[in-house]
Design a binder for this molecule. Structure first.
Ligand code: HEM
Length: 221
């Protein structure tokens, strides 16, 4: 028989709620933004579909082991996180000591907020910063030095980054492998951003899907 202290139960519950809150909204927002961008850029959507069909074929549904082969889709996800980081100001941190950041004196106790949204659109770091160009990540080795920091960094950086990447890639790839997607209006998706700690959209994505004929074989028993 186990016995738990009050502190243990409260801290474990807080941890669970924290991880659930930190991991669900952020991941679903990234999927919604990626799907919206793909619907507004049919060439990119087609390229993702071709990549999936070429690597997986049409006789089976994709699996987790297939993900490392979906390089272009990974570039789409990176480009989505760059343009629409779900946590645009990351999480505030307090300087534990006096320090100097980029020539600025930061006294101990200062609350620091990193504007990832602005860094991701800085014209000194990115060519055509507001343009959706997944191919810009073609030769990227994952180095944060380029200015892509949707998961923060350092000791308090997001511990769920790897899981989030796997989950988002697997979910999106499965949706795109199995269905054809379009918007009800056949127009570009409205990407206007609303207010919030995470970055909600003013208008939620509306999309229509039909099963892909090519894939029907993969569903027969
Ligand atoms: C696209 C998905 C996600 C994004 C963009 C994201 C982003 C972030 C950011 C910006 C931070 C703050 C980092 C900092 O302060 O420098 C953070 C912290 C955190 N994230 Fe995520 N996250 C995502 C998914 C997840 C998932 C799937 C989990 C867990 C399963 C998770 C768990 C956490 C936790 C526990 C923290 C707090 C870490 C700490 O304070 O030490 N996140 N995340």
């Amino acid at each position: 028989m186990y016995s738990f202290t009050y502190i243990y139960v409260v801290s474990t519950t807080c941890e669970f709620v924290g991880v659930t809150v930190a991991g669900t909204d952020t991941s679903s927002m990234t999927m919604e933004s990626a799907m919206s961008l793909l619907l507004s850029h049919p060439h990119a959507m087609e390229r993702v579909q071709v990549e999936i069909d070429t690597n997986i074929g049409q006789g089976r549904l994709l699996e987790e082991q297939d993900l490392p082969n979906l390089k272009y889709l990974q570039n789409v996800i990176n480009e989505t996180l760059r343009l629409y980081p779900p946590v645009p100001l990351l999480v505030p941190h307090e300087a534990p000591d006096d320090c100097v950041v980029s020539g600025f004196d930061v006294p101990r106790g200062t609350m620091l907020v990193v504007n990832a949204w602005a860094i991701h659109r800085d014209p000194n770091l990115w060519e055509n910063p507001t343009k959706f160009m997944p191919e810009r990540f073609e030769n990227w080795n994952g180095d944060q030095g380029v200015g892509l920091i949707p998961f923060g960094g350092g000791r308090r950086g997001c511990p769920g980054a790897g899981l989030a990447n796997q989950l988002i890639t697997l979910a999106l790839a499965s949706l795109i492998q199995s269905f054809e997607w379009e918007t009800p209006s056949q127009k570009e998706v409205d990407m206007s951003e609303g207010l919030g700690l995470t970055m909600p959209r003013v208008k939620p994505l509306e999309a229509l899907c039909t099963p892909r004929r090519k894939l029907l074989g993969a569903f027969t028993i």
